[in-house]
Design a protein around this ligand. Structure first.
Ligand code: GLU
Length: 284
């Protein structure tokens, strides 16, 4: 049975791009007699607001998109994220890091680093300043970021890690190469000091908990997928199929962002645009 999900962050109004993502996930599951789930990605409590979440539910109802089962809310899921971090810590794959963005930029600008910094899924690949040769022991610290030691992680991965992509721009099988993972992704933060988790960790734990078989999301997240598959392997979780879709852009070719209030669904709604017309405007 196909299970898809729509996973918005309640940090602003939904816009036309979200409508596209939601229609796509919904229609893909319904066409196959499957299920469509909703997850509110609110781990960033400094930006998430209950009023944005309420508006998401209203907008989806207006679009005629009904989801199956209860809404999953990431802020309710901290125990599951802590359990995953404890497991990775016990495997010796995490280390604490106190570097600020500025420390990282300075380390990367140092003359001995030479080449241009590689940009990974979360910005410049971490230069490894806080990494130690022996895996850290003792209780897992919660007062610093926790990074994945990518070299150690890749050594634990088993044969043929990779994922299958069914989206229009990248369709095919994508193997994960250990050297490329070290150089192009690097030691990513899995628990932010201020959140106790991260997008990458939470999305992996939750897609598995919701038994998602097909992850549909914007192609801006394609590059993060290798990271997610690595975490699935480390945590013995299944790897779903991935379908990255195009991003809806404005007339200037810029992708829509939350701040583009002009295309907020609630405004179309207040102007009397019909949900059918919305579906047409997304190009679906
Ligand atoms: N919460 C993310 C967003 O609103 C989506 C993450 C995902 O689909 O994996 O862009």
């Amino acid at each position: 049975m196909i299970r898809t999900r729509f996973a918005p962050s309640p940090t602003g109004p939904l816009h036309l791009g979200h409508a596209y993502a939601a229609f796509l996930a919904h229609d893909m599951s319904r066409a196959a007699g499957g299920q469509f789930l909703l997850r509110i990605e609110d781990i960033d409590q400094s930006r998430a607001r209950p009023e944005w979440e309420a508006l998401i539910l209203e907008d989806l109802a207006w679009l005629g998109l009904a989801w199956d089962g209860p809404v999953m809310r990431q802020s309710d899921r901290m125990p599951a994220y802590r359990a995953a971090l404890d497991r990775l810590w016990a495997m010796g794959l995490l280390y604490p890091c106190s570097c600020s963005r500025r420390d990282i930029a300075e380390a990367l600008a140092a003359p001995q680093e030479g080449a241009e910094p590689v940009i990974g899924p979360d910005g410049p690949v971490y230069p490894g300043t806080c990494r130690s040769t022996a895996p850290p022991s003792g209780p897992r610290p919660t007062d610093r970021h926790l990074r994945l030691d990518m070299a150690r992680a890749m050594a634990r991965l088993g044969p043929d890690p990779g994922f299958t992509e069914t989206g229009p721009t990248h369709a095919g099988r994508f193997p994960i190469d250990p050297t490329a993972a070290r150089h192009e992704i690097g030691d990513i933060v899995l628990a932010r000091r201020d959140m106790g988790t991260s997008y990458h960790l939470s999305v992996v734990v939750d897609d598995a908990a919701q038994q998602i078989t097909h992850v549909t999301r914007g192609e801006d997240l394609f590059e993060a997928t290798r990271m997610h598959v690595i975490l699935q392997r480390l945590l013995d979780l299944p790897t779903p199929l991935y379908h990255h879709h195009r991003l809806i852009r404005d007339e200037d070719g810029k992708r829509l962002a939350k701040r583009d209030d002009a295309r907020a669904l609630r405004l179309y709604r207040s102007e009397g645009v019909t949900p059918q017309e919305m579906c047409r405007r997304t190009g679906l």
